[in-house]
Design a binder for this molecule. Structure first.
Ligand code: PLP
Length: 220
């Protein structure tokens, strides 16, 4: 299967899942996760007109996109992986949305960099919906206070929430939970669902689905 064919198949599944849940398909944005994928596959996706990509590491994203991005003025890049504070400046310079705001120190650093670079990127807060000790993300109980902190102390443009469900749980439970948290906190955007489970995330309100392997093939 080519990237073009995969993209078409995914689009059809998005459409079907959206229609079944009485949503407009265009409210579900496909973030093509290009991490670790060969350049020719990214090129193929760009050639179909796809313009929204996700990367999980700043350095890798820089080496791939720094020269490519200026060629596509409508290209949007989302950071979907953990961010170290010493990379905040590079991240703010390169990305168009940070999906993984997950602690106060990072929120402060991002805020400083946005001011310094005169950029105001929309952000999502990563929520640790499974309360897993090793996983990044804000604990659900701390979310309201963290949203206040991001907005009032850091001036961040918080648009919504993102999660990566625990591998052993039914993902739909976490998607429903994230949806509830967004509703309670009056947030519009929900980044949830990957190759294996995006069709279940759509009825539960996903506005961004992050798809790598199903689009580009298995990562080497
Ligand atoms: C790699 C990655 C994805 C994509 O995963 P696939 O299973 O290849 O679709 C989505 N979200 C995050 C945060 C990732 O790191």
């Amino acid at each position: 299967m080519t990237v073009r064919e995969n993209l078409e198949a995914i689009r059809q599944k998005i459409q079907k899942a959206a229609q079944q849940s009485h949503r407009a398909p265009e409210t579900v944005n496909l973030v093509a996760v290009s991490k670790k994928q060969p350049a020719e596959k990214i090129r193929e996706a760009l050639d179909t007109g796809h313009r929204l990509f996700g990367e999980n590491r700043v350095q890798e994203a820089q080496s791939r996109w720094k020269s490519l991005k200026p060629l596509y003025p409508d290209l949007k890049l989302h950071l979907i992986g953990p961010l170290q504070t010493n990379k905040a400046g590079d991240a703010v310079a390169l990305f168009d949305m940070i999906e993984t705001i997950d602690r106060e120190k990072l929120a402060l650093e991002i805020s400083k960099e946005m001011k310094r670079q005169n950029r105001n990127l929309p952000c999502l807060i990563q929520v640790n919906t499974g309360d897993e000790t090793q996983k990044a993300g804000i604990k659900p109980a701390s979310l309201p206070g963290f949203i206040d902190f991001c907005r009032n102390d850091c001036n961040l443009d918080i648009r919504g929430l993102m999660c990566i469900p625990p591998v052993d749980d039914a993902p739909a439970l976490h998607f429903a939970f994230l949806n509830k948290l967004a509703y309670e906190n009056n947030l519009q955007e929900l980044s949830m669902g990957m190759s294996a489970d995006y069709e279940r995330a759509i009825p539960l309100g996903a506005t961004y689905i992050r798809i790598g392997a199903a689009l580009f093939g298995k990562r080497p």
